[in-house]
Write a protein that binds this ligand. Structure first.
Ligand SMILES: [Zn+2]
Length: 101
């Protein structure tokens, strides 16, 4: 028996994705996501992908955590209205999660 079949798959990693492929299995969701992330990073590094999409609420959470100076820099680049809207979405998401908890 090959070692790949006896070794436990480290799920949620790109190595796990490769292990699923070696076994001829459909990768689990975590391994698929890790593979997608690895592939996207590779395209960015070899300059065949120039943009990334992010969730507005997720970006808003990051900006809230980064503080006013970073928010201002992002605002100059993307537009202050867009930064404020992302932060509003993050606040609304946090409020909804708090209500449902
Ligand atoms: Zn997996």
């Amino acid at each position: 028996m090959r070692q790949a079949r006896t070794t436990a798959i480290e799920h949620g990693t790109s190595r796990g994705f490769d292990a699923h492929a070696t076994r001829g299995e459909e990768p689990c969701a975590g391994c698929k996501q890790a593979h997608t992330i690895r592939s996207t990073a590779a395209r960015i590094r070899r300059e065949s992908q120039d943009t990334v999409r992010v969730q507005a609420a997720g970006l808003g959470e990051l900006l809230i955590d980064c503080g006013e100076e970073v928010c201002h820099k992002f605002g100059e680049f993307f537009g202050h209205e867009i930064v404020a809207a992302c932060m509003d979405r993050a606040a609304a998401k946090a409020w909804a999660e708090k209500r449902s908890a």
